[in-house]
Design a protein around this ligand. Structure first.
Ligand code: SF4
Length: 414
């Protein structure tokens, strides 16, 4: 390594198992049996209570003595039996994590049912599933594989929506789908296990986030048509509506009309921000960063660098091509050190990043906000989403001078 060159030491993602736990703990009647060592159990219980469903997570005691002593599978079975004593528990996801022995747990040695509960193994080792968004995909596809009723015929004009979205976005999507003639909608990840059963009967599926690759493949194998992309920005909103219309063979005259209306509404909102100028770096770890970059570019902002924790996927390929063509350097499976280097190289006016990157940017006197708290907790779809995101960015771009003065103040203190 050359002098002054940074080593890439810090991959940016929460523990992958967290993504799976977020999906699994939210299901009514589910109680997770976590097959992990004590350290993972401590951390995962904490983040799950903080960011997921505040449900108890149970685990067999797995110290070295059980893991290496050959009693692990008996201990797991005993923990499952104990969880199943509660008649209110209808689903026991058995989540296995990183330690080689727990990751390689033999599924055939686990019961399929215990008490009133269905038992299902979900493997989430970080050495195989590199980021928490991808673990959501593993959890959703495992649930669909176990529960979905993929029988034919499919329900006419029914759509499956895959992706965790902000409640206002769900309402906006619902209203547009109704206007184009969609008759029933199922959304996963869901709180109701029955939704995973019904998901298999839908005619088409819109995958809103590009990391649901296993889920898309499973659905496609079982005759569900896949629509990729999402309604972020004017052009993409219209395109998404048209694609859903085609996939469900809806009345295309109505579909074209609604698509044109939504495109115009979003374009008008974006036009209001046309006076915006500045350089923004987007560096989250949620896996849904590229559509946000697309919106910023559509509003005329410069985005020289964007990064994410997930791998490049075929579902996100259209965004990749478009953004690359418009000059954004895209980094997948990024490291903190790469993001920090981008801040130094591009000297942005605003960073929408991870907490550690934000601290670094602020030390340089650059305004920075946390992607997860500020983007994932706001609507982003259609005109309303464009207005909310661009309004927030406009406010922050105006604060560069404040940050510069703050840095100057602290660095010139005697
Ligand atoms: S060892 Fe694996 S499962 Fe445990 S906290 Fe780390 S990444 Fe997560």
């Amino acid at each position: 390594m050359k002098k002054n060159e940074r080593a890439n030491l810090h991959p940016q993602s929460m523990c992958p198992a967290f993504g799976g736990l977020r999906v699994l703990t939210r299901i009514e009647g589910a109680r997770v049996c976590l097959v992990a060592d004590q350290g993972c159990l401590y951390g995962l219980t904490f983040v799950s209570h903080f960011y997921a469903a505040r449900r108890s997570i149970l685990a067999p005691e797995l110290m070295n003595v059980q893991i290496s002593g050959g009693t692990m599978i008996d201990d797991v079975r005993a923990a499952i039996a104990q969880i199943a004593e509660d008649p209110a528990v209808t689903f026991i996801p058995v989540v296995s994590t990183c330690v080689a022995e727990t990751a390689g747990i033999a599924e055939e040695l686990l019961p399929k049912k215990a008490g009133n509960a269905i038992v299902q193994l979900v493997r989430l080792p970080a050495f195989q599933i590199k980021s928490h968004p991808e673990a959501k995909d593993v959890a959703v596809s495992t649930l669909l594989g176990r529960f979905a009723d993929f029988g034919e015929p499919k329900r006419e004009k029914s759509l499956l929506v895959v992706g965790e979205i902000f409640p206002v976005d769900a309402m906006a999507i619902g209203s547009v789908l109704q206007r184009i003639g969609v008759e029933s909608v199922i959304v996963v990840p869901a709180a109701n296990a029955e939704d995973y059963v019904e998901a298999g009967k839908t005619q088409a599926c819109t995958i809103l986030h590009p990391f649901y690759e296993r889920t898309a493949a499973l659905l496609e194998e079982n005759g569900v048509r896949i629509v990729s992309g999402n309604p972020v920005g004017a052009n993409a909103s219209a395109q998404w509506i048209e694609q859903v219309g085609e996939a469900l063979a809806l009345d295309m005259e109505t579909v074209h009309r609604v698509a044109a209306e939504e495109k115009e509404k979003a374009a008008e909102v974006i036009k209001k921000f046309n006076n915006l100028s500045g350089k923004v770096i987007v560096a989250g770890y949620e896996g849904n960063e590229l559509p946000v970059v697309r919106l910023l570019l559509e509003a005329g902002l410069e985005v020289p660098y964007a990064s994410t924790s997930i791998a490049r996927t075929s579902l996100g390929e259209e965004d990749h091509q478009l953004l690359s063509m418009l000059g954004t350097e895209i980094r997948y499976r990024k490291y903190l050190e790469e993001d920090m280097q981008a801040v130094l190289d591009y000297e942005p006016d605003l960073v929408i990043g991870t907490t550690s990157l934000d601290s670094f940017a602020k030390e340089q006197g650059i305004p920075a906000i946390y992607y997860t708290n500020n983007i994932s907790s706001r609507p982003v779809f259609f005109a309303a989403g464009a207005g909310t995101v661009l309004g927030m960015v406009a406010g922050l771009l105006g604060r560069k001078e404040v940050f510069r003065k703050m840095k100057e103040y602290f660095t010139t203190l005697p």
